[in-house]
Each structure stands twice: as structure tokens, then as C-alpha cells.
Write a protein that binds this ligand. Structure first.
Ligand code: MBD
Ligand code: FE
Length: 277
């Protein structure tokens, strides 16, 4: 078999060669992506140096575990949410808390407790907050025994598990709602997040003239028996990146308001008692 090909002949051969049925969907998607890349390389006259430095970049991206970071930064995570919202609209599944992207920094298996939890280990600098609420179905009915995961960054914008300086599951907890669907937790208000200052994502962003900042936020993963799972976030108000999130993920309706409480009462079980002096 000779392998003298024109551009079109090689592309066609790559896209169709097979010795077994394989997976039709994987083949269709691969064909499209390979075709687009062949055309891009041709149209932009990509040099071998450029091509192999891109491959090196991809290898580094994988080795450093930054693939999930770049998908967020290039809008893919947000795209999936837009499409999910559209599908919900079509199915008449409207209302409730808007979804927001999970991001690459969720870790399953956080310590779990009923109704309430303290997320921080007492070492994080900053202002204490309490967030409390009720998990409801789309019908507005409170959901008892729902599972709520909450996680956020520490004062340096770093997440436990990915940051060796933090204890396991610091600023990550799972809460099971009480009989009235209620939850509440105590933590310390996080700052924004910034991508690692060196590495493949930082390199690409520099080349694109982009910043890699997210406004301060808290993540949630909420599930309940017989219900679809909600992945969402809330934002801390006043952050300068609220309208300029590198992951395009902040949304109307997810910016909370903060209420300063001078004399908190009823939070003794979370280690909070007032009045503050
Ligand atoms: C984050 O904290 C985050 O939420 C996203 C989406 C991407 C990178 C870091
Ligand atoms: Fe985050």
C-alpha cells in the first residue's frame, strides 16, 4: 500500500481507516475535530516548530492537571451550562437557583454532618460568615435529607487538596438538610481566584492578552433523591471581577447580599456568640 497522498486523500484516509466497527459517535466527533485541525494547520501555514510546541504545551497541560482549568478559561464549561439551560427551557423545567459551572477543583468525600457545619479550620484569615438556607425542589417544596456540598478558596485563593499547605478537606464540607430542608454553615469569606502564575494556562493567557481571575465565590453541589443534581455557585458582592470572570461563569441571581450582624444569636452550636465588641 503506498502512502502518497494529497491533503484531501490523507484526511479522508485518516477519517475512514478501520479494521473494526469501533464506536460510531467517537468516530464522528473525531472526524470533525481532525478535519478542523487539518484545515487550520493548512490555512494558517502552521510551521513544524509551532505544531510541536503546541503538542509540548498539551503534554504539560495534562502533566500539571490543568486541562480542566483551560476548558473553564476557554468557555467550554459555560457552554455546557448554556446548552443545559436551553434543554431545561424546552422541557419546561424553569425556575429555581440558576446553575453555574463546577470548575476543576471539586473533591468528593468531604466530612459530612446534619444541618450545619463549619468549613474552615480556624486558621484562615478574614471575616467570619454564616450562610443559611433551604434546599427546595422546583415545585418550591423543602427537601429533607438533601445533600449539599460547599467548597471555596482560602485567603490566598487556593483550594485544599490542590494546595499542599492546607489540611485535607479544609473549606470543604457536606451537609445533609434537616427535616425542614434547612442547612447552615460557618466559614471565612474567600477572596477571588487566580490561575497559577506559571505553567501552560498562564502562558496561553499571556499570549491571548487575557487575565486569569475569578471573582470571590462559593461552590455548591446539591442533590436529593429523585431530583436532578444542581451545581452552582454564589458570588460575594463588590468584587471587581464580577463582570469579568475568566471562566465566564458568574450569573445574575447568584450574587448574594451580606448582612452584618453585631449581636448574633442562635449560632452557639457553630461557635459564634455575640455581641461582638
Ligand atoms: C476556580 O476556583 C473555579 O471555580 C473555576 C471555574 C476555574 C478555576 C478555579
Ligand atoms: Fe472556584
Amino acid at each position: 500500500m503506498k502512502n502518497e497522498f494529497t491533503f484531501d486523500e490523507l484526511l479522508n484516509r485518516v477519517n475512514t481507516v478501520k479494521v473494526a466497527e469501533g464506536n460510531e459517535r467517537v468516530r464522528a466527533l473525531s472526524q470533525r475535530i481532525i478535519t478542523d485541525l487539518f484545515k487550520t494547520i493548512d490555512e494558517f501555514k502552521v510551521t513544524p516548530d509551532e505544531f510541536w510546541s503546541a503538542i509540548n504545551w498539551l503534554n504539560q497541560l495534562g502533566q500539571l492537571g490543568q486541562t480542566g482549568l483551560i476548558t473553564a478559561g476557554l468557555g467550554f464549561d459555560r457552554l455546557l451550562d448554556i446548552l443545559a439551560d436551553e434543554a431545561d427551557q424546552k422541557a419546561g423545567l424553569v425556575g429555581g437557583t440558576p446553575r453555574a459551572i463546577e470548575g476543576p477543583l471539586y473533591v468528593a468525600g468531604a466530612p459530612s454532618s446534619k444541618y450545619e457545619a463549619r468549613l474552615d479550620d480556624g486558621k484562615m484569615a478574614g471575616e467570619t460568615y454564616v450562610m443559611e438556607g433551604v434546599v427546595r425542589g422546583l415545585d418550591g417544596q423543602p427537601l429533607a435529607n438533601a445533600s449539599l456540598d460547599a467548597w471555596h478558596a482560602n485567603e490566598h485563593g487556593m483550594y485544599s487538596h490542590f494546595d499542599p499547605s492546607q489540611a485535607e478537606y479544609n473549606l470543604r464540607r457536606n451537609i445533609t438538610t434537616d427535616e425542614q430542608g434547612r442547612y447552615r454553615f460557618r466559614s471565612v469569606i474567600p477572596p477571588g481566584y487566580a490561575i497559577p502564575p506559571t505553567g501552560p494556562v498562564a502562558e496561553l493567557f499571556a499570549a491571548l492578552g487575557r487575565h486569569g481571575n475569578r471573582p470571590a465565590h462559593i461552590h455548591f453541589l446539591v442533590s436529593a433523591e429523585g431530583k436532578r443534581t444542581l451545581t452552582t455557585q454564589v458570588n460575594i458582592p463588590g468584587d471587581s471581577f464580577l463582570d469579568d470572570d475568566f471562566a465566564f461563569a458568574t450569573r445574575d441571581g447568584l450574587v448574594v447580599t451580606l448582612e452584618k450582624v453585631a449581636s448574633p444569636a442562635g449560632y452557639e452550636s457553630l461557635g459564634i456568640s455575640g455581641p461582638f465588641t
